[in-house]
Ligand binder design. Structure first.
Ligand SMILES: *Cc1c(COP(=O)(O)O)cnc(C)c1O
Length: 362
């Protein structure tokens, strides 16, 4: 099945090409008017006061925890089926991730968070996985009760809502990745944060540029995490079509929901109050590897998000976790399968996926 990124590019190729040439010919490539314009447009789109462009989604996460002063000895709560980058965003600063199992909506089970809170807990990282909002009402209530910071990982959730409010605007900071496969994907690496705090937005702007507000006057030890002009310009074009892309993926999801009928397949569930921008269409099946191989034989490529839960990843051997510690995340890692879902997917291609799944038996 086709290369999904090329399809999306081809939907508006002339606009990207024109913008790329415009930036190349401007003679200005880092921290200029495209970044400023994109930051304003992204903040407006999401409904936050400030957006600060950064080099990646991982940078958005770790710099958020750094600037919220979360460090070694502190604990941060995160779902046990998170993407590894979510956990790295916590541990780069030396803090300890505390895993909480997901519920049937594939996001953190907010009813299990309270039991995981200790004297050391400083923050909750709410990961809006696969394009679906977490239960932000329960998460914010706990954060207020225990005086915790809330960082939202919206890398997979560009524009979806919890009870009518766009995700990323509930907590202290909302983190976004614009990696090419994400909803509003760049043509390379890119990311940003949003916040309603002027003071925090300013700190991000200083930190991303070696800690300097004024050239060669460095206030803090920062990083180089600047969003470049080319990506910012291209992201402005992408953003102008984001509602269109999200609506198209919702239509594709509706069709999968209606037409996939196989007793081995459990379709995705959407929590009441949440919506999904369908970053991924993730089914659960107890015959995952067999189904994936069956589809591959018909040249239907599927992906697994994610095959190894973070606590069992080699990178986190030092946490001392073992198989059986987070049984739901471990089960999900063996059950989940992401079906083809991309902008520019044809009806014929989708029919082929649906027919194949419905024919699958063991
Ligand atoms: C993609 C992703 C990230 C990391 O973003 P990068 O831009 O690749 O660094 C973090 N969290 C989640 C949930 C993601 O999907």
């Amino acid at each position: 099945m086709a290369n999904n990124l090329l399809r999306q590019f081809e939907l508006h190729s002339k606009e990207y090409e024109d913008k790329a040439l415009e930036v190349l010919r401007s003679g200005w490539y880092v921290l200029g008017k495209e970044v400023e314009a994109f930051e304003q447009e992204w903040a407006d789109y999401i409904g936050a006061k400030y957006a600060v462009g950064l080099a990646s989604g991982l940078d958005a996460l770790w710099i958020s925890f750094r600037l919220l002063d979360i460090k070694a000895g502190d604990e941060v709560i995160v779902c046990s089926n998170a993407y590894i980058a979510c956990v790295m965003g916590i541990t780069i600063n030396g803090a300890t991730p505390v895993f909480v199992e997901p519920d049937e909506y594939d996001n953190i089970d907010a009813d299990k968070i309270e039991a995981a809170i200790t004297d050391k807990t400083k923050a909750i990282l709410a990961v809006h996985l696969y394009g679906q909002a977490c239960d932000m009402t329960k998460i914010m209530a706990l954060a207020n009760k225990y005086n915790l910071k809330v960082v939202e990982d919206c890398a997979q959730s560009h524009g979806n809502k919890w009870q009518g409010q766009t995700v990323g605007t509930f907590g202290d900071v909302g983190c976004f990745s614009f990696y090419p496969t994400k909803g509003c994907g760049a043509f390379g690496d890119a990311g940003c944060i949003i916040t309603n705090s002027e003071e925090l937005a300013k700190k991000f702007k200083v930190f991303r540029n070696y800690g300097s507000e004024k050239h060669y006057h460095n206030k803090v030890v920062g990083s180089n995490s600047r969003l470049d002009e080319l990506q910012a310009g291209l992201l402005r074009v992408k953003l102008s079509h984001l509602d269109e892309f999200n609506a198209e993926r919702c239509r594709l999801a509706d069709r999968y929901m209606e037409e996939i009928k196989n007793p081995h397949v459990r379709l995705p569930k959407i929590r009441t109050g949440a919506d999904s921008t369908w970053h991924q269409f993730v089914i659960h099946t107890d015959k995952r590897d067999e189904l994936q191989a069956f589809l591959a034989e018909r040249e239907i490529k599927t992906l697994i998000h994610y095959p190894i839960p973070p606590h069992l990843s080699e990178a986190y051997a030092y946490l001392g976790k073992k198989v059986g510690d987070y049984p739901i995340a471990e089960r999900y890692a063996n059950e989940v399968l992401s079906l083809p879902m991309y902008n520019g997917m044809t009806s014929k291609e989708q029919t082929a996926v649906i027919d194949a799944i419905n024919e699958f038996s063991v």
